[in-house]
Design a protein around this ligand. Structure first.
Ligand code: A3P
Length: 315
């Protein structure tokens, strides 16, 4: 068994080495596989996920392109599915660990762990997250009765959030990576998990076809009316709220203001040495106006129009 595993890994490595490559943020090698860009380790984990994951009918999979509100959605779904809202604040799981820890990103943490944990033994309903595009999901996920919740965010704020995040990881206390290059890479799609546009579009189109299977949320709408959106989310997950005050509690428990100020998120780091604090920044709509030049704005707007045209998806 070990020999055949090793030779399979050898084949994967050889295959990955043949893929087109680029450098992300001047430091990370990324490769293009099935129209999307990933660091090579992620490609292997995505392959493993695709070939071995066995879906259950009550699974909930969260999906998001990076920096579109993943942490928020993880916190909300954790509260809705795995917690009694009436527990005291200090027993709240969110005070113990960052939402990224409680709801793991399947391809980057679960399938990079050796040996792969026994996912089938996890308590139901299982709650996972992925940044992978819809086309990469295993057939068993697509064809089961499990639900998918996707969150998306307007491309300009996503880009600015991404720029801050990767600067904090790859360039701490250094000159930031040039924003012009980030805009170019975002528009051409040559970045980790890119292109953003096709990633979002895949879930959007599928949610139109199968609204009972995929709920598509927009970060901007959630900020505008969190109560309505959280009620919609809970209903979709089969856990409608009984009392209006419970909705308020969940919205508050998962708010940026509260999460950012929790001790566990002020200090400490969850996964791959990424500080918990880096998941919380401004959390506003339109922050891009503070960073992008009119030329950059124009470039992104034109790309967005081109990519989303005819799909009905607008931000
Ligand atoms: P900004 O960088 O624009 O502030 P992700 O979780 O996908 O990595 O996305 C990170 C973005 O979501 C960051 O946006 C962050 O501030 C914002 N965010 C994190 N937690 C949030 C919350 N509870 N409510 C609203 N926004 C949140």
């Amino acid at each position: 068994i070990t020999d055949s595993k090793n030779s399979l890994e050898g084949c994967e490595d050889a295959m990955i080495k043949e893929l087109p490559n680029a450098l992300f943020w001047d430091v990370m090698e990324i490769r293009k596989w099935q129209d999307f860009w990933f660091e090579p380790g992620l490609i292997k984990c995505a392959m493993k996920f695709n070939s071995s994951f066995q879906a259950k009918d009550d699974d909930v999979i969260l999906a998001s392109a990076p920096k579109t509100g993943t942490t928020w959605l993880k916190a909300l779904c954790l509260c809705i599915l795995h917690q009694n809202i009436n527990i005291p604040e200090n027993e709240d799981l969110l005070t113990k660990d960052n939402p990224q820890f409680h709801v793991q990103t399947i391809e980057s943490t679960i399938y990079s762990t050796k040996p792969t944990p026994d996912l089938y033994a996890m308590p139901s309903p299982r709650l996972f997250h992925t940044h992978l595009p819809f086309s990469f999901l295993p057939d068993s996920v697509k064809n089961s009765n499990g639900k998918i919740v996707c969150i998306a965010r307007n491309p300009k704020d996503t880009l600015v959030s991404l720029w801050h995040f990767f600067n904090s990881i790859f360039k701490p206390n250094q000159e930031p990576y040039p924003l012009e290059k980030t805009v170019e890479e975002f528009c051409t799609g040559v970045h980790q998990y890119g292109p953003y546009f096709e990633n979002v579009l895949g879930y959007w189109l599928e949610s139109k076809k199968r609204p009972e299977k995929i709920l598509f949320l927009k970060y901007e709408e959630m900020l505008k009316d969190p109560k309505e959106q959280v009620k919609k989310l809970a209903l979709f997950l089969g856990k409608p709220f009984e009392k209006e005050e419970d909705v308020d509690k969940v919205v508050w428990r998962c708010s940026l203001e509260r999460l950012r100020n929790l001790e566990v998120n002020k200090n400490g780091s969850v996964i791959y040495g990424v500080p918990n604090s880096s998941y919380f920044r401004k959390g506003m709509v339109g922050d891009w106006k503070n960073y992008l030049t009119p030329e950059m704005e124009d470039r992104i707007n034109k790309t967005t129009l081109l990519k989303f045209q005819g799909s009905g998806l607008e931000f």
